[in-house]
Design a protein. Structure first.
Length: 234
């Protein structure tokens, strides 16, 4: 990332600061920008000066314990952005089994028709990628994923559904994702998983964190592998 490109910093109320990187999106990839955001967020978190640190899409919002620290951190953030070389953020690879199509993925056939593909080709493309978790938002544990194949970019529904079941896997524009909880939504639903993405009773409530990698696995493919194994003479 070029050193002469700086994000914007602005105040949000009396005790918050926003790092806005939207102007850099034409010069760097989403992942490069998010890695820089994660790095600065980690540095801020280690200081103990903040009540909350919220990474978003091309932005980072910092809520200060003491507003007197804002001037110091404004200078510090600019220095960190310019001078520190960001390493890849270590993350987990999480495989999420998905039941595609049918009642679990009511829009799979429509997505296939839109792209002149078969439903199985859509599944094959969707499961072939590993997706980077850029940030969490919309609802607790909802991952915004980078890496959807361009062949599956699909417009959102013209009329959003009033209720989408938890675990639904969908495509909305250039993104794919999975709903941690039941909610309204306008994404094209292609499958559903029983994996719990958010549970308040867990030590770490959210299964996924920024920097993790997600791969969707077709449950039917897993079943076929298991059946093949069971037919092998022992």
């Amino acid at each position: 990332m070029s050193d002469d490109l700086q994000p914007k910093l602005f105040r949000l109320g009396e005790k918050a600061l926003v790092l806005d990187c939207a102007s850099l999106s034409g010069s760097s990839t989403k992942l490069e920008i998010q890695r820089q955001i994660w790095h600065i967020g980690d540095r801020c978190r280690a200081s103990g000066d903040f009540d909350d640190i919220v990474p978003g899409n091309n932005n980072l919002t910092l809520f200060f314990k003491d507003s007197k620290k804002i001037s110091f951190w404004s200078n510090q953030i600019n220095t960190l952005w310019t001078n520190e070389r960001v390493q890849d953020k270590p993350g987990k690879l999480i495989q999420i089994p998905v039941q595609y199509g049918g009642e679990y993925g009511p829009d799979l056939n429509a997505v296939a028709e839109y792209h002149k593909l078969t439903p199985q080709e859509v599944i094959a493309i969707h499961t072939s990628a590993q997706y980077n978790v850029l940030f969490l938002g919309f609802q607790p544990g909802f991952p915004y994923l980078d890496g959807l194949d361009k062949r599956l970019f699909t417009p959102r529904l013209a009329t959003p559904r009033l209720s989408i079941p938890a675990g639904s896997v969908g495509i909305g524009g250039e993104q794919t994702g999975i709903y941690p909880a039941q909610s309204p939504g306008g994404w094209q639903l292609i499958g559903r998983s029983t994996v719990s993405l958010f549970d308040n009773d867990r030590t770490q409530p959210s299964l996924l964190s920024p920097g993790d990698t997600v791969q969707f696995i077709d449950i039917e493919s897993l079943d076929e592998v298991e059946e093949a194994k069971s037919e092998v003479p022992r």
